[in-house]
Design a protein around this ligand. Structure first.
Ligand SMILES: Nc1nc2c(ncn2[C@@H]2O[C@H](COP(=O)(O)OP(=O)(O)OP(=O)(O)O)[C@@H](O)[C@H]2O)c(=O)[nH]1
Length: 370
């Protein structure tokens, strides 16, 4: 069955990470596709729109400031408007890219594509891509909850500005990113020069694709127990030259220190990331009713803290795989295709969130065994 809905990529990334740079590439590269870009302006005056080159008619603005619940309506209106446009024989756009402001929590934007019926019928959330500034991200992860949430939330991470960091620094950044988000593949880039097929049309919101494209998922980060050295781990060609040149551009917002869960952000030391991913698995079949009840209760009680949850469950007495996806409290589950004859039947799930109690999650998950 072909999905005719227009794929939507939500682009996040802290202030100055390179989002506009990437959008400009998407809009100017010769790919024969037509993309619509929705930019969310921080404040009344459209700045980002003017920074996005060319293609004026394909850039749409939302001017409601920070992306939060009030912006949802605005986004729904813009998307609905785009869907009314026509091209002969095909949808008006091959894909839609929604840029969030650097300080936004990507949750509400992603949720928009699950809650509004009209939007749901015409579009599908393809992936949430986070751009990360290789030079500044460590400090941002220390001092900004938004920066941590953007990383934790992403289906794909583009580690941009690799020209501004040494190989050693890049490896350290990658380790920390993987700790926050064990699922998202990390692609290195300069001037956001990633192949567009790694950003658009990714199917990133589909758990299986994520597991397929990120075989590193099961491999603990370099330097940690159980890590298997392979071509991805980046050791052995450690140049470590000092890349600390000053590149002229100074972003006015970059020095802001955000309060982190009520504690003022401190710099210069690692006070640990409160957001992390917990992976669970079980080799015995699950009781479907028990599992659904447990998941409902869990999201009801802790949905604020659970940024993302995804899983494939082996339900007793069911030939099909139960696949679920949650964004905070919004849960979607469906019985997908049959388990393959040679496929290993097992249940696995990932919870990415804040202050998660790993032992309780594990006990709850395993308690659903049939
Ligand atoms: N050295 C270097 N600079 C880069 C790279 N990518 C982007 N830049 C520069 O970094 C600055 C910020 O990039 P933007 O694309 O405007 O970042 P943004 O995420 O849109 O920023 P906001 O809209 O303020 O959140 C610009 O001056 C870019 O030219 C890179 O890979 N290396």
């Amino acid at each position: 069955m072909t999905d005719t809905r227009t794929p939507v990529t939500v682009l996040t990334g802290y202030l100055g990470a390179g989002k506009t740079t990437l959008l400009n590439r998407i809009l100017t590269e010769d790919h024969g596709k037509r993309y619509a870009v929705i930019v969310n302006e921080f404040g009344e005056i459209g700045i980002d729109n003017d920074l996005v080159v060319g293609a004026d008619e394909d850039v749409f603005e939302m001017n409601n400031g920070c992306v939060c619940c009030t912006v949802r309506g605005d986004l729904i209106r813009v998307v609905a408007g785009l869907m009314k446009r026509q091209r002969p024989g095909k949808p008006a756009f091959d894909a839609i890219i929604v840029e969030t402001t650097g300080l936004a929590d990507p949750g509400p934007v992603a949720q928009t594509f699950f809650v509004d019926e009209d939007v749901k019928a015409k579009t599908r959330l393809d992936s949430v891509t986070a751009l990360v500034d290789a030079k500044h991200v460590m400090a941002r992860l220390d001092d900004s909850k938004e920066a941590r949430e953007q990383v934790a939330f992403a289906d794909r991470i583009i580690l941009n500005k690799t020209d501004l960091a040494s190989e050693g620094e890049l490896v350290a950044v990658e380790q920390r990113l993987r700790k926050l988000n064990p699922l998202a593949p990390i692609t290195r880039a300069m001037r956001a020069n990633v192949p567009l097929d790694q950003v658009l049309g990714l199917g990133g919101f589909d758990l299986e694709r994520i597991l397929d494209i990120n075989p590193e998922f099961a491999n603990p980060p370099h330097g940690e127990a159980g890590h298997v050295h392979d071509e991805h781990c980046g050791h052995g060609h450690d140049h470590d030259h000092d890349h600390d040149h000053h590149h002229g551009h100074h972003h006015p917002h970059v020095d802001r220190v955000d309060s982190v869960d009520g504690v003022s952000g401190a710099r210069g030391h690692d006070h640990g990331d409160d957001i992390r991913g917990i992976s669970l698995s079980l080799d015995r079949p699950m009781n479907g009713a028990k599992f659904t009840a447990w998941l409902d209760r869990l999201l009801g009680e802790q949905g604020q803290n659970i940024l993302r949850a995804k899983g494939i469950i082996d339900v007793q007495g069911e030939d099909r795989r139960l696949v679920f996806q949650a964004v905070h409290m919004i849960l979607e589950g469906e019985l997908q295709r049959d388990w393959g004859v040679k496929e290993r039947r097992w249940s696995r799930a990932v919870f990415i969130g804040r202050d998660l109690d790993e032992a309780a999650l594990k006990a709850g998950f395993e308690g659903c065994a049939a």
